[in-house]
Design a protein around this ligand. Structure first.
Ligand SMILES: *Cc1c(COP(=O)(O)O)cnc(C)c1O
Length: 373
């Protein structure tokens, strides 16, 4: 049996006609940049996220970048975030000439430990902390009340990296991306809402930020050819918007299936008695399982064994940000963020995509059992 980590063809099959129809419409209209299709998706994603505005952008990475630009983050500024995330989170900060400052994760959720944010802020010169970027890793929201409280105390803006969390909800039933000053989504094909290539969106309920974000994604112009601020080309393609509008209608069902798959894994893995830790779900939170991540004894051995048995897995992420070569100038060392370092060595993502069937999940669990016996 072969169980890939992700099978996008299984998702495409049942919606093929719809997607082709939407793409054809754009081809027939020959209108490829912004226009009503992008505006429509922006409205749909804003509504879905219970935010006032959506601004379609070229990727999740650019969503983070333009959000920080809109908040005037630049040289001499500092931004607190987690070291255990995809590179783009810290990369966006550094690209603007600002300095990322890390706070370690809660080992249960893998999200930033909000009790460690104040400590991180102490390392920052007074008045220079501009923003905090909580990352809703794997599809489970951070403790946003705690993040907003501490951000308020420190006078920092909050940009939610919700790249993996569209449709997730926190303990107060608030959608990912709706609580901070801005929320950033990625439509990278492997995310829960994936485009036919790259794409992203920023949601915000702040009118001032919306205006600025819309300008920034089009070289800071308003109107065209009159540049108020320096932006870039960070637009979302019309073809992507058309396909995403089709897919958005299916998103809740897909996320529900991911949740069911995760539940089944939890049950079967617990019954199997294997030395693996199933994901911790905070009470009252809606985890949408962009990734189903376990902690496993002899993770690398298990990963190799599963590969031999035809099961695709992945390590998200093998090296925390503070130990990346490109961030050497920050002067962090091994041991600075022990929970992130430990998670990088112990975690493994198993296939959890919506179309995965019960037999496949059973097969994966049986192989895990086999490895440990
Ligand atoms: C995917 C991802 C991004 C970047 O999104 P892209 O669309 O690939 O640029 C940023 N942060 C996190 C946590 C991600 O998972």
């Amino acid at each position: 049996m072969k169980v890939p980590l992700l099978d996008l063809r299984a998702q495409y099959g049942p919606i093929r006609e719809e997607i082709i129809g939407a793409v054809m419409e754009v081809l027939e209209a020959q209108r490829f940049i912004l226009g009503p299709k992008v505006a429509e998706l922006e409205e749909q994603v804003a509504r879905y996220s219970e935010a006032k505005w959506g601004i379609g952008v070229s990727s999740g990475s650019d969503a983070l970048l333009v959000s920080l630009m809109a908040l005037d983050v630049g040289k001499g500024d500092y931004v607190i975030t987690t070291p255990y995330t995809f590179f783009a989170t810290a990369g966006a900060v550094a690209r603007l000439g600002a300095t990322p400052v890390f706070a370690d994760i809660d080992p249960r959720t893998y999200n930033i430990d909000t009790d460690k944010i104040a400590g991180a802020a102490k390392k920052i010169p007074k008045g220079r902390l501009k923003a905090i970027i909580p990352v809703h890793l794997y599809g489970q929201c951070c403790d946003m009340d705690a993040v907003m409280d501490i951000a308020g105390e420190l006078g920092a803006a909050v940009v939610e990296d919700a790249a993996q969390a569209i449709g997730a909800r926190d303990g107060k039933d608030r959608p990912a991306g709706s609580v901070g000053d801005a929320g950033c989504f990625s439509f990278f094909p492997s995310k829960n809402l994936g485009a036919l290539g790259d794409g992203g969106m920023v949601v915000t309920s702040r009118d001032d930020l919306k205006e600025k974000l819309a300008m920034l994604r089009a070289h800071g112009s308003s109107p065209k050819y009159f540049h108020k601020i320096i932006g870039g080309n960070f637009r979302l393609d019309t073809i992507q918007a058309a396909a995403l509008s089709v897919k958005l209608k299916h998103l809740d069902l897909w996320s529900e299936k991911r949740r069911e798959n995760a539940n089944l894994y939890n049950m079967l893995l617990t019954d199997a008695g294997a030395p693996v830790k199933t994901p911790y779900i905070k009470k009252g939170f809606r985890h949408i399982f962009n990734q189903y991540v376990i902690r496993a004894k002899d993770r690398d051995g298990l990963m190799g064994f599963l590969k031999e048995k035809g099961v695709g897995t992945e390590v998200y992420y093998p090296l925390p940000m503070h130990l990346q070569e490109c961030f050497g100038y920050l002067g962090c060392r091994q041991g600075d963020f022990p929970e992130s370092e430990k998670a990088a060595k112990e975690t493994l993502a198993l296939p959890v995509y919506p179309e995965l069937d019960v037999e496949a999940i059973g097969y994966v669990v049986e192989r895990i059992k086999e490895f440990y016996t």
